[in-house]
Write a protein that binds this ligand. Structure first.
Ligand code: SF4
Length: 481
């Protein structure tokens, strides 16, 4: 029987699909389409009715569709270093016109785009089916590698109209993240990290388009200091001025206020959903939050996103009343998952958790998008609080609060090769979690987008170690009770 999808989840999926479809349509109509970092104040672009795409969300989608490696490699072939964040590499390759595409079988008169999902046998250059050692047609529907090639959209667009152009356009991977329009401007806020600054400068240079930048200094203090808030506010004014020049429109205060109200509603509803993980057992799987993040990134300032999260909260309340959960197994242990998930390896991440009854009931990444504020200064302060821009003490306080409220038994830390600013301080954080909360921690190496940096055997061993440590702790607590 097909898995039932709740009304909230359906509504959330539609919101993201609409954001992508609207941007494609806007581009078709000759309107401006921008690309934005995920924590740029979206309220500004909303006030100008601009269509905006989010490369981090796009890269996560591409990675989850298992095209992260071919796109990362494409960026490396363009000269970008393998050490650069995988999201940046995917996005830079995309901005340069590179696309993951399906192979075309030209042996048929009109050409035929091979659908990797059907596992159609691979053919060699002579049109013969490639056989494996058992004499069976060689195919790898899981990794799909034999069927996925790299295309160049600029090269295709330069072709004369005809069957080659048609087929090659058709061969580009059909999912929405591989079909976003090229940008006309970029919006960058480095509250996330400074890789972002260089990434967006490069896009602006490659595509010869304007860059609107908001520089958020690192917070050494527990809360953003007033000088920083003044400095950032002045940049908001500057960004508004640049957007006026770009669009030829005057800044509409009313629209801005409306966008702020919607963004606050979305943030509050999103935080409400995140907080359902405090229930024991939880009415949802923590992995669900990762899936719903697309909405909070791409549609934070939209009424539809706020409404959809409201609906999702209703679904979860119903789960609590009925004693059900979206977690497909009984919850035995509760852990905090620290960091961004390995999108290309989500099933591999989930497998040993399921085998050991572990639910992820705390995440840092998801609630970090809950920007709630009442005025401009508070809005600026809210945008200063991203995981990589707060001091280590603030980061520890934040995480330990979530761990306590969400009653975790342990912490699983993703040492994410892509995200060096995040992973760098995790060893000290792990030490603090064990010292302050008494919970065991285990770390594993991986990557949010580049599957070459994940080792399943290492991950499984670390999860096993964490389970053993959680079990010993549980026995001790029981003996003391
Ligand atoms: S915060 Fe980490 S994952 Fe996000 S863009 Fe920066 S380096 Fe990449």
């Amino acid at each position: 029987m097909a898995k039932q999808v709740s009304p909230g989840v359906l509504a959330l999926r539609k919101v993201v699909d609409d954001v992508y479809a609207d941007a494609r349509e806007a581009k078709k109509q000759g309107k401006l389409v921008g690309w934005s970092s995920s924590k740029f104040p979206c309220e500004l672009a909303e006030a100008f009715d601009l269509n905006v795409m989010y490369p981090e969300n796009q890269a996560a989608g591409i990675a989850a569709q298992r095209d992260g490696e071919i796109m990362c490699q494409a960026a490396e072939d363009l000269g970008f270093d393998n050490d650069i964040c995988g999201y940046a590499r995917i996005s830079l390759a995309y901005a340069a016109g590179k696309r993951a595409a399906r192979k075309i079988d030209w042996s048929k008169e009109d050409g035929y785009v091979i659908n990797p999902a059907t596992g159609k046998p691979l053919k060699d250059e002579n049109g013969n089916v490639v056989l494996d050692e058992n004499g069976k047609p060689k195919k790898d529907p899981k990794t799909q590698t034999p069927y996925i090639v790299l295309e160049d959209i600029h090269e295709i667009e330069a072709l004369p109209e005809g069957r080659e152009k048609e087929r090659r356009l058709e061969s580009i991977q059909p999912y929405k993240q591989m079909r976003i329009p090229q940008p006309d401007f970029v919006l960058c806020c480095n509250n996330i990290c400074n890789c972002m600054t260089k990434w967006y400068e490069n896009i602006a240079r490659m595509c010869n388009i304007p860059l609107i930048m908001i520089d958020v200094p690192y917070n050494n203090t527990m809360d953003p200091n007033p000088e920083n808030v003044t400095y950032i506010r002045a940049q908001f004014d500057n960004a508004i001025h640049q957007l006026e020049e770009l669009t030829g429109k005057k800044f509409d205060e009313k629209k801005f206020e409306h966008a702020c109200a919607q963004a606050n509603r979305t943030a509050q509803n999103w935080l409400k959903v995140c907080n359902f993980l405090q229930y024991k057992p939880a009415p949802l799987s923590g992995f669900d939050l990762f899936n719903h993040m697309a909405d909070v990134v791409t549609a934070r300032g939209k009424k539809e996103a706020a409404d959809a999260f409201d609906l999702l909260a209703e679904d979860l309340e119903k789960n609590i009343k009925e004693g059900t959960s979206t977690l497909p197994f009984p919850e035995q242990y509760r852990v905090m998952f620290e960091g961004i998930p390995c999108w290309p390896k989500l099933p591999n991440l989930f497998k040993p958790l399921k085998a050991n009854g572990i639910n992820v009931t705390a995440v840092v990444y998801a609630p970090a998008f809950g920007f709630v504020y009442n005025n401009m200064d508070e809005m600026v302060s809210a945008y200063c609080k991203a995981p990589n821009s707060v001091s280590i003490e603030k980061g520890v306080e934040w995480r330990e609060g979530i761990c306590r409220e969400n009653k975790v038994d342990g912490v699983l830390v993703h040492y994410n090769r892509s995200c060096k600013p995040w992973s760098g301080y995790m060893a000290e954080m792990q030490r603090r979690f064990t010292a302050d909360l008494g919970v065991p921690c285990a770390g594993f190496d991986g990557d949010q987008a580049d599957p070459r940096n994940f080792n399943e055997a290492q991950y499984e061993t670390r999860v096993q170690g964490l389970v053993e440590a959680m079990q010993i702790r549980a026995e001790k607590l029981e003996a003391q009770a």
